[in-house]
Design a protein around this ligand. Structure first.
Ligand code: ATP
Ligand code: MG
Length: 376
């Protein structure tokens, strides 16, 4: 059963269509991430669901109820905004108790519920602290506890971690997953951080220009990008232009300007011989192998190392194959050996290859400023 459903939801600001005829379904009890770049309409979608923004068209259902015109306070949901929104002059206890007092809960029930919430967000013993006496992460946990205290049927989180530093963000994102696992409240998390979405969500809605361009479990969204945008937005992909030249036990793809052919066992059903494609290969999904291991791999291509650079855990190799280029991320303890291999040829065994339809004259997205020569 879906906790939230929208039908043709649309919101325009002048000529900008912030949310464009969206049909979304958020499953009961799920932690769904709405992921997309800045300005794609994530906050607008969340605010429409919360009732803080009035849509121009479409319907919103929470459970079986049509809430499209219902006041926000009657939608029974908790919301956490991007900027810390703890009431600064009130203690953690009073912040969490606030919604319960509004609902006129009896005092003893409020006290036990606040205690339970403090335990849930691991802030026991900090109930008397005010905003200035808490770290950013702790204050944000108070806000999450405040949103959850009245047991809403839906928790909406709009980039709740973006004001925190990277380490704290990493820690708190796991805590959000844990809080969700314990409280089991259907949760929508808006984020532009793919790691956040892929790590903790059980369903990802990838949003672009007011539309959902792909939806699925994190692993599927990562492994099987369906559009050029998805392939480019998530992870680091290589985009090699080519054409399907045969369909036999999958697709055989001839790459433009490269003598190598790739074999793709499960091409999209609507592709056939003659389809022009982008062969997308993740930089993280390439293994460097020795000559005698060649027969163990499906797609092996020789790549001449042009440049290798260090980012700590990963070495980035930029290499050339005929008139195209490939970027490879190498991890593992031998990675530093590649830092001194400029001009040498390495054998690259390509992991899963995704095929995305390529329009005539379409340019490849640049991989962190690195475009394959064939499309420059
Ligand atoms: N109140 C408003 N008035 C005019 N335009 C708006 C308003 N709110 C949002 N927009 C526009 O609608 C589009 C979507 O904005 P929205 O805030 O939903 O994006 P977002 O995905 O949340 O972005 P970010 O990641 O930067 O928070 C943007 O082009 C934005 O400029
Ligand atoms: Mg936003």
């Amino acid at each position: 059963m879906a906790t939230v459903r929208t039908e043709g939801l649309t919101k325009r600001y002048g000529s900008v269509v912030a949310v464009d005829h969206l049909d979304v379904e958020i499953k009961e009890g799920s932690l769904t991430a709405v992921l997309g770049p800045s300005g794609c309409g994530k906050t607008t979608l969340l605010r429409c669901i919360a009732g803080l923004t009035t849509p121009d068209a479409g319907r919103i259902y929470i459970g079986d109820e049509d809430v499209t015109t219902l006041a926000p306070s009657r939608r029974n949901l908790g919301m956490v905004f991007q900027r810390p929104s703890m009431f600064p002059h009130m203690t953690a206890f009073d912040n969490i108790a606030w919604g319960l007092q509004l609902r006129k809960w009896p005092k003893d029930k409020i006290a036990s519920r606040v205690k339970e919430m403090l335990r849930l967000v691991q802030l026991e013993g900090m109930e008397d602290r005010r905003f200035a006496q808490l770290s950013g992460g702790q204050a944000q946990r108070v806000v999450i506890a405040r949103a959850l205290a009245p047991a809403p049927r839906l928790l909406l989180l709009d980039e709740p971690l973006s004001s925190l530093d990277a380490k704290l963000r990493d820690q708190l994102k796991l805590e959000i997953a844990e809080i969700h696992r314990k409280a089991r409240c259907t949760t929508i998390l808006v984020t532009h951080d793919q790691a956040e979405a892929l790590t903790i969500a059980d369903n990802v809605l990838l949003m672009y220009n007011g539309k959902i361009v792909q939806e699925g479990a994190p692993l599927d969204v990562y492994r099987y990008p369906q559009t050029l945008f998805s392939a480019d937005f998530i992870g680091t992909n290589n985009f090699l232009p080519g054409r399907i030249v045969a369909m036999e036990g999958g697709a055989r793809v001839a790459l433009d300007g490269v003598t190598a052919e790739l074999h793709v066992p499960k091409p999209p059903a609507d592709m056939g011989v003659g389809t022009t494609v982008w062969a997308c290969i993740r930089a993280d999904d390439v293994d460097i192998i020795e000559e005698d291991q060649r027969s163990k791999h499906r797609n092996v291509i020789p790549v001449k190392v042009e440049r290798a650079s260090m980012t700590g855990g990963t070495v980035i190799i930029e290499g050339r194959l005929d008139s195209s280029r490939l970027r490879v991320h190498v991890s593992g303890s031998r990675r530093f050996e590649y830092l001194t291999m400029d001009g040498k040829t390495i054998l690259c065994a390509l992991g899963p290859v995704s095929l995305i339809r390529r329009e005539p004259d379409e340019l490849a997205p640049k991989v962190s400023g690195f475009a394959p020569l064939a499309c420059e």
